[in-house]
Design a protein around this ligand. Sequence first.
Ligand code: HEC
Length: 152
Amino acid sequence: MKKEKSAPKRFIDRYFWHALIAIIVIGVLANLFIWFSSSKTSAKHLNLPSYPVELVAQGRDIYRANCLMCHGESGQGFAQETIPAPALDSTMHAWHHPDSQIASFLRDGIGQMPAVGENWSDQEITAVLAYIKQWWEPEQLSYQTQSSKQNP
Ligand code: HEC
């Protein structure tokens, strides 16, 4: 007489491979998901400059004395009705310009912007750059840092 397998044994025979494959597939998908989401959101790929706090403070004083009257307290722009000074914060495109180009705007002027920093030292220029960069988003800052390296 043939011996019948017990009910739990039959269950394992029938579903063991399905379950194992399902677990492997779920595991692989979960790992892919974690890998993709972390590579998108993590800050490790951003290329951010760092400036000493004293330099940023010097930049704030320079900004308040020389730029605020046109570009506004927080770089929001259009502080004067007669001169259309664009925003320097993250909302317009100040961050598209590499440092070298902004330095030349300050030293030589551009359009209706006078040469406010005609006789400024490199440190004064860097200080005011360090100050306005605080208004940019990390991705903008990262892009601008890269482009400043490529356009010395
Ligand atoms: C008299 C008003 C005035 C002052 C003062 C002034 N700017 Fe400007 N700025 C302008 C105007 C107007 C423009 C637009 C020039 C153009 O493209 O025709 C401009 C453009 C710029 C740009 C380029 C922005 C962009 O989106 O392309 C930067 C950066 C900038 N200014 C920074 C500064 C900084 C930093 C200071 C102070 C050190 C300063 N400006 C002082 C009026 C001014």
